[in-house]
Structures are given as structure tokens and as C-alpha cells.
Design a protein around this ligand. Sequence first.
Ligand code: CU
Length: 284
Amino acid sequence: MRVRLVATVLASMLMASWPVLGAEKYREIEVLNGGVIRGQVTWEGEVPKEASTEVPVAAAQQAPCRCRKVSLDRIRLDEKTRGLAGTIVFIEKISAGKKMPSPGIDLLTGKEALLDQVNCRYTPDRMVVAPGTQLAITSSDNTPHNVNARMGVEQLFNLQFANKGTRLKDERTSVGNKPGVISLGCNAGHPWMSGYIHVVEHPYYTVTDAEGRFELKDVPPGKYKLVAWHPSWQPRVIRDSTGKVTDVQYGPPVEVSKDVTLEAGATATVEFTFSADLARTKRR
Ligand SMILES: [Cu+2]
């Protein structure tokens, strides 16, 4: 098992300027003898307290829910199975396989990618889309927001939402053509707001369900590296001298990878284990 922390500034800069030339482009083929890769992502040991820090919300920042506190909600655990929900699982490199959904489709749901802001959270807060996706973005909150989208050090867009129901109906916002992970944040007084959009070139991406289980179908036989990606669970909450929360700094996402060999028409099972130590010991 290999572990790495991604999204360091240096790596992001390198990726941002790395030429795509020479990279093998994904080919769509008819998968006749495909197999299934399935498994579960589980959490081992204690859940760090920071993962569910409750951030007090000042009156002026409150959404229609009038919530006084917002949980950072970084670890979504099924108590019974210890399964970790919301982990994105994907094949790292694959040259050919099933059809890639059109730009604009969220690969995790199979539906149109629509980003909403609900009770001062991005909904959904994890998406996977094709390059060239024109994203629909709206706000259901009766409070000002902005969606500040960055890939590494590059700002892709920064949209203002003055009030409830602000829907860019006919307008769409491009996620660009560069593969990578876009992080979303709000600078309008909601520093805990956090979301991630993976821009990807092949369709073998999925997300773990409430019990941490995942399944990738129609995978051509072969040897692959399977990756489990989590947005990290140890935020730093910054307060001013009066105790008011001024910033929430999330750590770099955590990736765990495993090698898997899939025979034609077979099912391969891969189990991932995440734990608090993973980020602490492997941080660089
Ligand atoms: Cu906001």
C-alpha cells in the first residue's frame, strides 16, 4: 500500500505547467470481457476531534437555517461497519475502456453536474466531471456567497452570489480543459465552506456509499493502480482574539493506492483502510 499527500503547492505548480503532450489519450472501446472492482474503505481507530469541529456562526453569516454552528463534517463514518463514506475511488491510469460521459455530467451521480449552496455548504461537495464541462451553479441561501475555484495556485473562477435563488440559468461556468482537482471556497464570511471538483479524462471513478462501499463495472482485464482519495480530516480552525472564527485551513487531500489485477469477466476485491495516523505520519 502506498500513501501520499497531494496538492502541495510545488506539485500543483508542476502539474499546472506540465505539458499534456506525450500523455496517452483515453480511447473508448466496446468492453466485452469486462470485470468488476469492488471493495470497501474503512476507518481504523479513533476519529480526530478536528474532523467534526463545530464552527460557531455569527448572526450576520447565518443562512436561512439560522444554524448557530456548522460541523466541519470531514469524516463521514458508518458506526456499524466503520465504512468511510464520500471517498472517491478511481483507477489511476487506464488507456481504453467504456464510454466517457459527456461534459456536464457528474460521474458520481450520472446526472447533470449542478453545484448548489445550501445552509452554507456546497451541495454536493464532491464531484467528478469531464474536461470542458460547463457547470451550472446556484445558491439556495438567503445570504451572500462567492464560489472561489482554484486548481493548485491557479484561480479558475470567482463568482458572486448576492442572494437566495441566484441561479445562473442560462449561464454556465467552465471548469477548464485541464485534468486535476479544483478546490472551492467562500470568502464571504463562511471560511468552513469547502468543495472539490475532479476534472478527469476517463470514466472509472466512483464514490463510496454510506457504508464505505464502492464498485467499478465494465473494467477491461488488466493490471491497475486503484486509488482512494479523501479530502482530509484535520482542519485548523483559526480564531481572532475575541474567539471569532476567521479561517478554516483544510489539509491537503490524502490518497491511498493499491495494485489490483483483474481477470476477464472476474470480480476483484480491494479493501482500503484509513486512519488518523495516515496524514500525521506521512505529511511532508
Ligand atoms: Cu458563503
